[in-house]
Design a protein around this ligand. Structure first.
Ligand SMILES: N[C@@H](CCC(=O)N[C@@H](CS)C(=O)NCC(=O)O)C(=O)O
Length: 202
């Protein structure tokens, strides 16, 4: 399987899940400006949505959307325990977080990437995102991971998006439990491997 990614983008969530699950992936970097991949493919032919991630399966089919890829990969390796079995309430708790992260937190960061955002618009975006992060903070203040004691696909997704704070100059001081979570997840050997593979750390 091949993961189309950009270093440090949300594509690092499925990348981490694959490594935690012991699933070997070929990595192909995408230039998001030119929509060309490192090997010269036209990325728009791989994923007409134009954004990362995309996962090319061994039969040539392509899956997109972080929330889909992390579930797909985790389900390939159930013994790794990255997502509870289908039909259990524990599964829906993880999916509840995945939905929240995708639609409230991931998209909440969106406006902050715009360097030309007017100060009032930025303040409004920071305020909305802060409320979303407050809930995450409250949860992580009482347990190490979003659904309890165990690292799941939802934690991989949170790690991906909350790691953007320094890039968008979001001061994480109000959320110490999230900062501790980021350090705890970054220290996981498979996460380190992913960070090194993407050239984010040496
Ligand atoms: N809904 C998509 C959003 C993916 C997304 O936001 N990708 C960003 C990087 S984190 C991207 O590739 N942006 C570049 C672009 O849209 O051209 C998903 O969940 O996979």
């Amino acid at each position: 399987m091949k993961l189309y990614y950009f270093p440090g983008a949300c594509s690092i969530a499925p990348h981490i899940v694959a490594r935690e699950a012991g699933i070997p992936l070929e990595l192909e970097k995408v230039d998001l400006g030119s929509k060309r991949t490192a090997s010269g493919e036209n990325y728009l032919e791989v994923n007409p949505k134009g954004y990362v991630p995309a996962l090319r399966l061994d039969d040539g089919a392509v899956l997109t959307e972080v929330s889909c890829l992390i579930q797909y990969l985790a389900d390939l390796a159930p013994a790794a325990g990255l997502i509870p079995p289908a039909g259990t309430i524990e599964r829906y708790r993880v999916l509840e977080w995945v939905g929240y992260l995708a639609t409230e937190v991931h998209k909440g960061f969106g406006p902050l990437w715009n360097a030309k955002l007017a100060p009032e618009a930025r303040a409004a975006a920071v305020s909305a995102l802060s409320h979303r992060l407050d809930l995450v903070e409250k949860t992580l203040a009482r347990q190490p991971f979003l659904t309890g004691e165990r690292f799941t696909v939802a934690d991989a997704y949170l790690f991906a998006v909350a790691s953007w704070a320094p890039w968008v100059k979001l001061d994480m001081a109000p959320w110490p439990a999230i900062r501790e979570f980021l350090a705890r997840v970054a220290a996981r050997p498979k996460v380190q491997e992913a960070l090194v593979a993407e050239g984010l750390v040496e």
